[in-house]
Write a protein that binds this ligand. Structure first.
Ligand code: GLA
Length: 381
């Protein structure tokens, strides 16, 4: 049964009636442009066909009451008595989005509903952004404000930064809010301008989940951010986005070796991401794949956010004849990689890379062929 039907059925058994709305918000993978968003740079993600669904109806009071089918838990909060969490739980994502929307002056109604999602948690596929945007879409459904994707993404990012205490950039919320079916989105993380492009004809995207989950990602992520900000200060610019490769090379010697590697990753990754747009517009899967291969090497050696498991699965993928290019995706240190492969060879690619990774690591990965889906929306009525 589809997740939309599951939340609808559970809503009926809980509330004795059909829901007034079913909303959905997807997770994401990033084709290229990693650790560039908080440097005001470019990213190229696509929304995936895994998502969080909420079946809901409005309430007359200022209360939000939600049941998570995945966690088997029922929680509620009052919109006029929001308390920041000390140890965030799933309900705090909903409360954080409410807080952020209220802070921005949106008038919100309460609602009650049932939610469930199939974006794996902690895999680097943005289950948090999916939950946040689904919550924003639920508030949108019952309140009368306009849905503006960048504004909603910014509000959800603020919830994540200030309510949940995670210092993420804008990529995950933007793509969950604004994704387009069958297209990847080139997002300028400074202006939030978006250009969409289809995947090259005959190419498919495979998610390669190493099934490794790493702790301490937050502290390593914050450390990378601080290193990038320090490098930008050294160049006298607002963000590394403002340094091009030629300017970087002229002054690279002034940076200590670590800062030089971190900055080099961000600056070259921005260039690769813009080149990826050319490759996609030209329908050139081989060129796009090559940029992905270079992106992984840069993330592994210069930015140092890969892991042995990610390197192993990327090596297995890149050695396969059906593969144009593979790289880690998301923050790194574990979780998922993605591969651009020939669509007609995708199923056998999945089998071969699974076997290769098991032989290399002794662990079982989870490989799935995905497709670009639409961003957050109301799926019923
Ligand atoms: C995480 C963050 C994003 C982005 C990526 C790395 O997914 O949430 O904002 O920084 O890492 O590209």
């Amino acid at each position: 049964m589809s997740l939309a039907n599951q939340v609808r059925d559970q809503f009926f058994s809980e509330f004795g009636d059909d829901p007034a709305f079913i909303v959905r918000a997807p997770g994401r993978v990033n084709l290229i442009g990693e650790h560039t968003d908080y440097n005001d740079g470019f990213v190229f993600p696509l929304a995936i066909d895994r998502a969080t669904f909420i079946a809901l109806r409005p309430r007359a009071d200022k209360c939000v009451s939600a049941i998570s089918l995945d966690i088997d838990d029922r929680r509620h909060f009052a919109l006029d008595a929001l308390q920041p969490p000390t140890e965030p739980e799933w309900i705090d994502y909903l409360a954080g989005v409410a807080w952020s929307l209220l802070e921005r002056g949106y008038a919100l109604r309460g609602w009650e509903g049932v939610l469930s999602g199939d974006v794996p948690i902690g895999a680097g596929l943005s289950s948090s952004a999916a939950l946040e945007l689904a919550a924003a879409r639920a508030f949108h459904a019952v309140s009368s404000f306009e849905w503006d994707a960048p504004a909603m993404a910014l509000a959800c990012q603020r919830a994540e930064n200030e309510w949940l205490g995670v210092n993420c950039g804008i990529m995950d919320q933007m793509i969950s809010a604004a994704g387009v079916q069958d297209r990847a989105l080139l997002i300028d993380c400074r202006s939030l301008e978006i250009a969409s492009a289809p995947l090259p004809p005959g190419a498919a995207v495979v998610i390669l989940d190493t099934n490794t989950r790493r702790g301490l990602v937050d502290s390593a992520y914050n450390e990378r951010r601080a290193q990038c900000e320090a490098a930008a200060r050294h160049f006298g610019v607002a963000a590394l986005r403002d340094v091009d490769l030629a300017a970087f090379e002229r002054r690279a010697d002034e940076l200590d070796p670590l800062a030089r590697r971190r900055a080099r990753h961000v600056i070259t990754e921005n260039e690769r991401t813009l080149q990826a747009r050319e490759a996609m517009n030209a329908g050139d899967a081989a060129a796009l794949g090559q940029l992905m291969i270079e992106s992984h090497i840069s993330l592994r050696d210069d930015f140092e956010v890969s892991s042995p498991a990610l390197d192993a699965i990327v090596d297995c993928a890149n050695a396969d004849d059906a593969c144009y290019g593979a790289r880690m995706t998301g923050a790194g240190f574990g979780g998922c990689a993605i591969a651009l492969v020939a669509a007609d060879g995708a199923s056998s690619f999945v089998e071969r890379v699974t076997a290769c990774y098991v032989a290399a690591t002794g662990n079982q990965p989870a490989l799935t062929i995905t497709r670009a889906s639409a961003g957050a929306g109301t799926v019923f009525p």
